[in-house]
Design a protein around this ligand. Sequence first.
Ligand code: ZN
Length: 193
Amino acid sequence: MAVKSILHYPDPRLRRKALPVEQVDDAVRRLVDDMAETMYSAPGVGLAAIQVNEPKRVIVIDLSEERNRLQVFINPEILARDGEQTLEEGCLSVPGIYEEVTRPNRVRVRALDRDGKPFELEAEGLLATCVQHEIDHLDGKVFVDYLSRLKQSRIRKKLEKREREQEAGAPRRGDATGRESLAAAAGRIRSKM
Ligand code: ZN
């Protein structure tokens, strides 16, 4: 297994539409394992293959406190949506940015598991948001697309500036910068997807 590097917004490669997996073989399982390791080490609660520059319809999610309940969705499809909720979302591809997004609070999903076996799942609450956030990635969409144009351009400038600073050799900054405390940053692991 290997930790892969994560593409950062506004990288145009995040805008590609991921292609369906034709056969769940060892190469796909290797990708799943690498994605899980990348998500756990980030740390985050969800990751789509496109975020590690693999334009395939593969998602991993783990919302458990113990970080031992990996959920794998290959070729996921949303069959039904219901209700509404507003949750704070972050994204491993948009580091340090957290914004509220309104989405359906219940979705029915169909996908293949790590062995290529089909399953259906009723997702609610944070899992429903996470599944929709990750499926958006597979369609070339990032959660900041739901924000106002003004906010989007502020976020883009902020991240481009940070990227330039890092290229210039400035020390890498995590989320716990400025006024945000370490505790607040730790609590936010649950919104990084
Ligand atoms: Zn994301």
